[in-house]
Ligand binder design. Structure first.
Ligand SMILES: C[S@@+](CC[C@H](N)C(=O)[O-])C[C@H]1O[C@@H](n2cnc3c(N)ncnc32)[C@H](O)[C@@H]1O
Length: 248
């Protein structure tokens, strides 16, 4: 990327459909619809990953993989399948490839489905990120079993949650594009279900580190998402997002 001028880079960035907002330097931040720096704050990651190996499952453009590297991880493996494989017409792997080259990153990459994760296929990792992926799983508990199989110690999970009126573990099932006009959304567990599933797959200690926002926040979000993307108002208001830290 040495011979690319800021103008060349700007032009290349504008050709890509971005998910993440990645600072590529020279005043260029990729125009993802995801406010990645704000999401990063909610994750409450440790300041340093020095000496740790990190697996980022469902990495997409790679913002969180590059952040783990920036925080000193000795090895980062970014994985994805749906977007990287060209499973949709709204995104592909080119954002990851360009960011990796521009940042001169050593993040490794592997196209693999969550359900194919195993110690044999990818090894095991000190830290695993499972961010924004659980609700895309048709088989959420099986997916978490696979995630747990490659996690040696610490898991950071971020997910949409639903069924918020229930205290007991409960999970909504989505058909078609019921939620977020996105046919790749399959399930909406409530926070109790996320905790129960993580304990079931072998995490001894599970903590919600960023929890539910107020009903007023969710109403405002419902109105905003409907105006901006045409999302169904009540399905947005009924859902929220949480961040969980879990240890083996
Ligand atoms: C909402 S995005 C989250 C991206 C990123 N982790 C974040 O939090 O911003 C979901 C990602 O999971 C990936 N994904 C969906 N189903 C998957 C599967 N079965 N196996 C691996 N990755 C999958 C998608 O390709 C996409 O990159």
């Amino acid at each position: 990327m040495d011979n690319m001028t800021p103008e060349d880079l700007k032009a290349r960035v504008s050709e890509i459909k971005w998910h993440h907002s990645i600072d590529l330097g020279s005043g260029i931040v990729t125009p993802g619809q995801d406010n990645s720096p704000k999401k990063l704050q909610r994750l409450k990651l440790p300041a340093s990953f020095a000496g740790k190996s990190v697996l980022d499952i469902g990495a997409w453009d790679g913002f969180f993989s590059f952040e783990a590297e920036r925080r000193g991880a000795k090895r980062v493996l970014a994985t994805d399948s749906f977007v990287w494989r060209g499973g949709c017409d709204w995104a592909d792997k080119s954002g990851f490839d360009l960011s990796k080259a521009v940042l001169a990153s050593r993040v490794e990459e592997k196209e693999i489905d969550v359900l194919d994760l195993s110690p044999e296929n990818v090894g095991t990792f000190d830290v695993v990120f499972f961010l924004g992926v659980l609700y895309h799983m048709k088989h959420p508990l099986l997916a978490l079993e696979k995630v747990a199989s490659v996690a040696r110690d610490f898991l950071v999970l971020e997910t949409a949650v639903d069924m918020l009126d229930y205290k007991r573990p409960a999970m909504a099932f989505y058909r078609g594009d019921d939620v977020g006009r996105d046919f790749t959304n399959w399930c909406g567990p409530n926070p109790a279900a996320v905790i129960a599933m993580l304990k079931t797959v072998g995490f001894g200690k599970v903590e919600i580190v960023a929890g539910l926002r107020s009903p007023l926040f969710r109403l405002a979000k419902g109105a905003y998402y409907r105006r901006k993307w045409g999302h169904q108002f009540w399905s947005t208001v009924r859902t929220d997002r949480i961040v969980v830290h879990a240890w083996k």
